[in-house]
Design a protein around this ligand. Structure first.
Ligand SMILES: [Zn+2]
Length: 674
């Protein structure tokens, strides 16, 4: 699922409290650590108390205020589903579907008695493949069922004709997620590869393959994935929107990437009459030729079987689940314990029936007043960003006019969709958990297939309302704030404006700025990938963005490992812009009013920045620092605070940061982009 999200939508963070009778503190000074000063380490100063009081639980690799909200939210959703499960529902109704799927996820006795049985038929079908046409058709079958061997197929807006959906293909096929894991020679990567081999072998053994077969399968998977890694784009290269757009006719594509029988693939998916498509990483698809032709049929079949087993493992018996957790949870992330079964089952229900659960969630937990307040805030932020664009000294009038048009065209989504998704076509049966997960994937695939060469439905949401997150989507030029993020500490109806502008205000500004970051700036007001910049302005933007790249490249995240300034650039620009724009919107809101008196000894400007820092307080394991530095476009919490604020002049003023303070950055090294 990850490549699909990565292809278009930019989320706020990489992954609710019960209806409050009592007021929630806007900002709790107990979350601070006043043994350090703001100028020494602002993150520690603002969040140190919270960090100390919220040690990592064994099931977490990282736990922050975001996750605190997610935990509360999970409890609310569990209550809703348990309440639903306590009554009888008509067969095939939404209530029946949610309750049945959740119950299957909880039924450890049934899951453990089934073992590998739920995947047996699928494994037999792979084993029966006789030639490469059969492989092509099976790649399609697996993609329908939610696994992505070699690459990922999806349907989304044509980036240069954004009102129409077209077929798109994205690089995929790596169980470790990023090419570095296969290609880097250091000891840490080598030990991860060794553990990965043990995991692959374990899956085949659990599925009933002989020791000899499991060894051969492990070699085949490593050989294949290493080959795919070698032809994969780096994660920095994936950020170049123009180079990742390669729409062409189907005939042209087949002549360039003829290693596979694409007709058999599309027939297997259920797509008729392919006219054109966008293979996002064209050279990847061309070069897969080497990988595919270098495999024997047996190796191809082992690789397909592995993709099936790896996708299914979390939904099978406990031995499969434990194998998956030992590798992905423990080795890669440093987690010590699995999430309890109910949370895992809840994730599955959220994944399969997201908007159905979301509809229940907002009815019970989302006050209509929140939407009104958010609309006002969004409007204020939009005005402030417009002012800032007009005042920019580095941008010419021609580009400014286009930027303002784009800003004025933002579509704003708050809370939940106006039109809910129809799940009547999704069949949920009490047979096996994994079989239902497959049915759900097929249902989602059919939903996409129906969109091919059809107009884009701009009313659709790319996150469910119960998701604690937010996003910007460049091809629809929309910003979206699901209901679940509109709660403390992000959005607090009882809080003073300074804290709300520092928290949800910066989140709004962050999503808006994505429309103007290193990727988003390449899309116009209609969401088309077109260059609306003058050459001089584009050059001045890049100069400024490169300053941020260097600043973040210089950060040591752990031991000798540095942050990746190029890869995280879009998010860092968004944090930077979000802070500046929201601060200005807050100042505008104070015009003609008396400056608010300090609260708990903090001025309103101080509370703005404390409100911001509160969002990113977190504890994190070393393994997770290394993993996220490889696969997460967001900077780590500490740097979303300390590195972002070092460019903001009013932050220095608010806390009296001096040139001798570690937080101090020489004004000549600071940058202002938006
Ligand atoms: Zn973002």
């Amino acid at each position: 699922m990850l490549p699909l999200l990565a292809a278009s939508v930019v989320a706020l963070a990489g992954c609710s409290s019960p209806q409050k009778e009592t007021k929630v503190l806007a900002f709790n000074p107990a979350n601070m650590d006043t043994t350090v000063t703001a100028g020494e380490d602002f993150y520690q100063y603002a969040c140190g108390g919270w960090i100390k009081n919220n040690p990592l639980k064994p099931e977490y690799a990282r736990f922050g205020t975001f996750d605190q909200l997610r935990e509360d939210n999970q409890t609310q959703l569990r209550d809703l589903i348990e309440e639903l499960s306590s009554t009888q529902h008509e067969k095939g109704s939404i209530g029946d579907k949610i309750a049945t799927l959740y119950a299957l996820g909880l039924d450890s006795v049934k899951l453990n008695s089934e073992g590998a049985t739920p995947v047996k038929e699928q494994l037999d079908a792979i084993s029966a493949i006789e030639n490469t046409d059969g492989v092509a058709s099976m790649i399609a079958t697996l993609q329908r069922e939610g696994a992505y061997p070699y690459f990922a197929f999806f349907v989304s807006a044509d980036e240069k004709n954004s009102s129409m959906n077209i077929i798109q293909l994205y690089q995929a096929g790596l169980g470790l997620g990023d090419r570095d894991y296969y290609l880097q020679a250091d000891a840490n990567m080598e030990s991860i590869r060794d553990a990965y081999k043990v995991y692959i072998n374990k899956l085949f053994t659990l599925a009933g393959f002989s020791a000899e077969q499991a060894t051969a399968a492990t070699e085949a998977v490593m050989k294949t994935e290493t080959g795919i890694a070698e032809v994969s784009y780096t994660r920095e290269a994936l950020r170049d929107s123009q180079k990742n757009y390669n729409k062409m006719s189907y005939a042209d594509f087949k002549s360039k990437a003829g290693w596979m029988n694409w007709d058999a693939f599309f027939a297997g998916l259920g797509v008729k009459d392919v006219t054109d498509l966008d293979p996002k990483q064209l050279n990847f698809f061309v070069n897969l030729d080497k990988v595919f032709k270098n495999q024997t049929l047996e190796e191809q079949k082992y690789y397909l079987s592995y993709n099936l087993l790896n996708a299914a493992a979390p939904y099978l018996s406990d031995d499969f689940v434990a194998a998956s957790f030992d590798f992905y949870g423990k080795t890669l992330s440093g987690k010590q314990e699995q999430q309890p079964r109910w949370k895992r089952a809840l994730n599955t229900v959220n994944g399969s029936l997201g908007e159905a659960v979301g509809q229940m969630y907002v009815t019970k937990y989302f006050p209509a007043s929140s939407k009104e307040k958010m609309l006002t805030l969004v409007n204020n932020l939009q005005q402030a960003l417009g002012e800032r664009i007009r005042e920019l000294t580095w941008m010419g009038d021609e580009t400014k006019a286009k930027a303002e048009e784009k800003l004025a065209s933002f579509a704003v989504k708050i809370g939940y969709p106006d039109k809910w998704r129809d799940y009547s076509g999704l069949d949920i049966q009490p047979d096996s958990y994994w079989t239902n997960v497959c049915r759900s994937s097929i249902f989602d695939m059919e939903y996409q297939l129906a969109d091919i060469n059809k107009p884009v439905d701009r009313t659709r949401w790319h996150m469910s309302p119960q998701t604690v997150n937010a996003y910007y989507n460049p091809t629809t030029n929309e910003i979206c704030f699901p209901a679940a993020i509109l709660q403390p500490p992000f959005f607090n109806a009882d809080a003073d404006d300074a804290v709300n502008y520092g928290a949800i205000g910066v989140v709004i500004g962050h999503e808006m700025t994505h429309g103007f970051d290193d990727q988003g700036r390449n899309y116009d007001k209609e969401g088309n990938l077109t260059d609306w910049w003058t050459a001089e302005d584009a050059e001045r933007f890049t100069e400024r963005a490169d300053v941020l790249v260097k600043q973040y490249d210089n950060i040591l995240v752990l031991d000798t490992v540095h942050a990746n300034g190029r890869y995280t650039l879009g998010e860092n620009i968004a944090d930077h812009g979000g802070l500046l724009v929201s601060y200005q919107a807050y100042q505008n809101s104070l015009k003609g009013k008396e400056t608010p008196a300090p609260i708990d000894g903090f001025t309103n400007d101080q509370r703005f920045y404390l409100g911001y820092a509160t969002l990113w307080g977190q504890n994190i394991r070393d393994e997770e620092i290394l993993r996220l530095t490889k696969i997460d476009v967001h900077s780590l919490g500490k740097w979303r605070v300390n590195a972002a604020l070092r460019n903001i002049e009013t932050f220095y003023d608010a806390f009296g940061i001096k040139a001798s303070d570690p937080m101090f950055l020489d004004p000549a090294e600071r940058v202002v982009i938006w």
